[in-house]
Write a protein that binds this ligand. Structure first.
Ligand code: SAM
Length: 393
């Protein structure tokens, strides 16, 4: 942790953000700050109002537009904590909250630290069996939390069997696969920690996979944007009649196939398609194919705010095609991982898409990421995952 000075450098708020920072928003953009002496990347800084009152502390990132990520804030008279103990306590508390609710003999892939959501901005840690995979959002976070591995090991003690700690943010091209076998609610998956997206498995969808599995017995399942088969494998284990997994990337479809094998599932009931989802759906509609449960979990169509109008159209088109291959009264599960597209806006794309397909959308529920991805009310940017379930009639 970069704390070379007795007293951290001061940066002054130019904009009137004191209230939102005190309420818990953890980001301060560079253009909101007056900075006389530029701190070093990773340095602890103290944020002052224009009239000289200290209101928060965070760390500096010279290269990021988010110049400061805030660790603590307070009103007049607030005494700032000792940073070393604050970070150690938060790492520990985050693990305690996970271990209270997870049965490690059934689920040993989970998010231990969810950055801002766990009040440790800029750092994410996923545990995959015996390996902790760390991702820092920029050099500021990496320098501030350094040395991070001993902090993790100290918090884990004997409770977690950590054999290795990998830093995903500094992974290099040309590095070979690094695979682990993990369990999620008793279902087995192989994950590639180096090349896999999101650290290997989309563990944020864990609870939604349980929701789908609970409806899957005896049903035909279409898993669109299926990645390594997460939803389809869970559905098959729960007794689905058949599964079709569609993804454009060949390596992930190969892993999906391995994941079915790993769970001793009957391979004659599982089909895999390395195809563009839109092309797959268009062809399926032409031949009149339909499924009882259709899951759509695309990559973010709106990674930036400016992309939202185009994203709305893309989601609408996708939901129209997906509902056209859902049996009457079947279940359509539609997901979006873009924080820029609001919940109502997203639900409207499903409603309109289903209507354009000549059906009605009977909404059942909207869910978010699993509990190990906590969301701060003051930080809507962190509330990214939406998973809507409903009937197509
Ligand atoms: C958010 S991930 C899906 C995660 C998955 N549902 C799970 O639970 O593990 C999105 C996937 O969509 C795939 N993809 C992106 N564009 C695609 C397209 N046009 N057609 C098919 N798959 C696509 C990516 O390869 C990626 O595996």
């Amino acid at each position: 942790m970069t704390m070379t000075r007795d007293r951290p450098r001061t940066v002054v708020l130019k904009k009137n953000l004191a209230r939102s920072i005190r309420q818990g928003h953890p980001w301060i953009y560079r253009d909101a700050l007056d900075v006389r002496v530029i701190p070093a990347t990773g340095d602890l800084v103290e944020i002052h109002t224009r009239d000289g009152r200290p209101i928060a502390r965070g760390f500096w990132d010279e290269r990021s537009p988010i110049a400061v990520r805030v660790l603590e804030s307070g009103g007049p008279g607030y005494r700032f904590a000792d940073m070393e103990s604050l970070v150690a306590e938060r790492i520990q508390a985050a693990l305690d909250r996970r271990l209270e609710r997870l049965d490690l003999s059934k689920t040993n892939a989970f998010r231990w630290l969810h950055g801002e959501g766990d009040l440790l901005p800029g750092v994410h840690v996923d545990l995959y069996a015996d390996t902790a995979v760390v991702r820092f959002d920029g050099d500021g976070a990496r320098a501030f939390y350094d040395p991070f591995e001993p902090r993790l090991r100290l918090a884990a003690k004997s409770r977690l069997p950590i054999r290795a700690v990998l830093d995903r943010s500094s992974r290099k091209a040309g590095v070979k696969k690094d695979e682990r076998k993990v369990r999620e609610n008793g279902v087995r998956f192989v994950v590639d920690l180096v090349h896999g997206q999101k650290g290997g498995l989309f563990i944020d969808q864990r609870e939604n996979r349980v929701r789908v599995a609970g409806r899957a017995q005896g049903k035909s399942i279409l898993n669109l944007f299926g990645y390594t088969g997460g939803f389809a494998v869970h559905a098959a284990v729960a007794g689905a009649r058949s599964t079709d997994t569609v993804d454009i990337a060949r390596p992930v479809i190969e892993t999906a196939w391995r994941n079915f094998q790993l769970n001793d599932l009957p391979m004659d009931r599982a089909k895999f398609h390395t195809l563009d989802v839109f092309a797959f759906l268009t062809a399926a509609i032409q031949r009149g194919a339909r499924w009882d449960i259709v899951i759509s979990d695309p990559p973010s169509f709106a990674p930036r705010k400016a992309a939202v109008p185009d994203a709305r159209l893309a989601y609408l088109r996708l939901h129209k095609l997906a509902s056209a291959v859902t049996v009457p009264d079947g279940l359509l599960c539609a997901s979006s991982c873009s924080s820029h597209l609001g919940k109502d806006d997203f639900l409207a794309t499903i409603e309109a898409g289903v209507r354009e397909a000549g059906c009605r959308w009977v909404f059942e529920g909207l869910y978010g990421a699993a509990f190990d991805h906590p969301v701060l009310p003051a930080f809507p940017e962190g509330d990214y995952l939406k998973f809507a379930m409903g009937r197509v009639r």
